[in-house]
Design a protein around this ligand. Sequence first.
Ligand code: ADP
Ligand code: MG
Length: 604
Amino acid sequence: MNPAMRRFLLPAFLLLLAVAPKLLPPFYITLINYIGLYALVALGLVLLTGVGGLTSFGQAAFVGIGAYATAYLTTTPAAELAPWLAFFGQSPWLTLIFGLTATGLLAITLGSLTLRLSGHYLPLGTMAWGLSLYYLFGTVSFLGRQTGLGGIPNIEFFGIVLDDGPSMYYLIWAFLLAGIFTAQNLLDSREGRAIRALKGGIVMAEAMGVNTSRARMIIFVIAALQAATSGWLYAHLQHFVSPTPFGLHLGIEYLFMAVVGGAGYVWGALVGAGIITILKHWLQEFLPKLLGQSGNFDNIVFGIMMIVVLLRAREGIFPLLRKIGSRNSTQTIKPFNPEAEPLPKRDMPPQGDTLLEVKHVTKRFGGLVANNDLSFTVKAGEVMALIGPNGAGKSTMFNCISGVNPPTEGEVVFRGKVISGMESRDIAKLGMSRTFQHVRLLPTMTVLENVAIGAHLRGHRGVIPAAWRLDRKEESRLLAEAARQIERVGLKEHMFDAAGSLALGKQRIVEIARALTADPSLLLLDEPAAGLRFKEKQALAELLRKLRAEGMGILLVEHDMDFVMGLADRCTVMEFGELLAEGLPEEIQTNPKVLEAYLGGADE
Ligand code: ADP
Ligand code: MG
């Protein structure tokens, strides 16, 4: 499909949506209404699970909160409610506000309890509160127990009573499209990149200044609010609520929808909800006929289908559709204004000023002493090399300095401030940036977007401006800065390539660009030349010399001795966590202890 046709796709889809209620029989309208309701919940899961990597089985419970909040408040006589609740009960629009507020508060509470859980504990945690809320709906007498609550009034919209499927249709789809639109905008922003960075690992995201707990909480709350909105719409479509649709079973089904559609793609939510709703309906109708007996065969077929999707199309069905649509599939080429006003820069300390002081740092992992009483300094405008055989403790030292692990003993001072014990993101704020020995990029994101994560601390616009595209001016400046750094490290022609498609050596250079985008005064590079070809190494050395001349301090961990010796101003040599030698490169090269450590069988 050519780009002109793709541009035509969305308006055509919207037009089709607009006229559908006029053309289709009521049965299909109902079906499409349900697809819309489900897709709204699945959309939250796309953000939460697909983008943020947090799995929740409990979304149906949030749908229940939205539904029950409005059901209870709009059907209970005002005299029986506390005055402030009676106020909300006057109109479904007020109960929507009430339901969203209640859901938001509950999500923050549940999130602060469960989001800290890692691995499979988080999904288990979501199941736990999903079940509790489900049983709460079925147990509390004022919520009607298993009988539920009926007689929920119609929503009115500027005098129009939304009393049937077709009229609710427009409201449901307006909410869904607004949800898709804002989610897409959010992902394409500074906060969105911070959220997407979660999948690159907490250590990387925090090193770029992202508050990962906050980023997780943001998507958790957004997903909960979208689910609650769906519940509110559902209650006023059905005019009746009971606990069944808010149980764990539906919680799992929502997750199915997100995964089948394509958990990383906002439109995947719609594709997944559409496919599953239609298929389910179809299977419920035809399977019993086909098999000549009644039963829940649809669930069995679903299970099988899920396994097939996981095996054959792990990314879901939406990306497959997109691939059919165009050859050049995953990259979205983001237009940005390279002329955007440059971001303000940090004051660089004068050449020769001490930037970093490592004072008697010891780091123990249980009985293992990875760093033993090490001290050294890095000055502005110098390249300080930290060398030593594999396992000497160099990366551990990087982690002590950059706040990934606090030192067990000793102190790290950066620009006059004690930073040992500080959070990695707070250290980043002071002007320290780093790369990783094991590259930590988001492989499906473009080089430009990856590098722009480095600019996180140089922007300020939050989630709401991003969702409504009020952040475009700042966003242009951040992207232009990222582009400048990509050009600076010589990767301009790869700007819009997926980072994962680059050779490993080039990915290391992308990490340097990302670190530079943070505008650091101290750069920590963990084996930047590994995997580079000779020419590329020369170019990297040239770049580091230029940075040094601009006054940047560089702490360099590197294995390639030729590379280090041609570049470093001073060297510190480590072995088994201890200081072996320090001095000028030429002194180090002839130091017998160093020669022995390197030639005496230590693997390199
Ligand atoms: P280098 O970067 O010099 O090759 P590292 O700093 O990666 O060395 O490792 C030094 C030693 O510390 C190794 O023995 C390694 O196994 C150990 N080590 C590093 N990180 C951890 C950790 N998080 N937990 C336990 N041991 C660790
Ligand atoms: Mg290492």
